[in-house]
Design a protein around this ligand. Sequence first.
Ligand code: FE2
Length: 381
Amino acid sequence: MSQAGVTARLIDDRIALAWGDGSNAVFPAIWLRDNCRCPKCRHASGQRLFEITDLPVDLQVGKVEVTGDRLLVTWAPDGHASSFALDWLQAHDLNPLQRAARYEKPVLWGADLKATLPVADWQKLRQDPALELAWHDDFAAYGFGVLRNVPREDGQVEVVGNHLGFVRVTNYGSRFDVFSVPNPNNLAFTAVGLGVHSDNPYRDPTPGVQLLHCLESDAPGGDTLLVDGFHAAAILRREDPAAFELLCKLPFNFRFRDAKADLQARVPLIKTDVDGHVTEVHFNNRSADLLDAPVELVAPWYAAYRKLAEILKRPELELIFRLGPGDLVVMMNERALHGRTAFDPSKGRRHLQGCYIDKDGIESRRRILRRQLRQHEEVAA
Ligand SMILES: [Fe+2]
């Protein structure tokens, strides 16, 4: 940004900055004081050295001025001085347009994405940070990604999981096998088709990311089915806003029980953030337990639930592709809802291995790659 012509003025308990191009930003005094980066306020690690209760309750701006590329503020009544880089302030502008621009908008998809699946070769990706970052960018936009050429060996799914993040151990262990078994404790371990779902909504927190690695797939059928839960939620919101709101508002109970576990969690089927962006979709018919809600809301909730389920079955939303041996799909569990077509275990084998990692781990990996590549570019420059 050009620093020329930036001016600051105090309006009540806010500092207004005019950027010089006609646009403005407004920063509440308490927000600025809390973000002071001086050595008294922040340790060299970046961690904050004071608590909110340490700040003057009657905090006021004593003096404010723009000097060069910095905003200087002297606070009253304690005389504390803060200095903010204008670049930093612009990057964190709280103006609705700027906040909207910072939101990483998901790319909503449907059946058509089959022609351009977000895919990379695992052997190349693990050697090439730029290729891996491009895959992460796609993963963030689409909510899933495919890796090919993952060795067809037991436990490789955990190797990939621990590269992308940290494998989470559950009552299923650190990984699980999906194939048909006698006396299964879960429909996933049979040969029937599975409607799209998020995994394990009965856990708190729900697993953020699921990995499924195909070791064998010569049984007829058993294709992978993915539906973009955010796309389905957007359609519901457009076609029936009241139904959307109800699914955001009322928590639903999910449950899983077997001999060793009794897992339950209450979660709304759709979660949104403070700006109304959809952040999570929870949908799992097999572990759906019950609704505990005011009686007058029960029938409307069921009507809304049915509408969402109907949208999730629309063929134009169903992305169907075949995972071959050595392919591995990584999914944002609360977005890319997954299922499979039925298969015939008498005519061949189908064996997948899966594991879970958390969202924060894979998001951290992406930031680290960005940082590495930026440093690399800076060194190269
Ligand atoms: Fe599943």
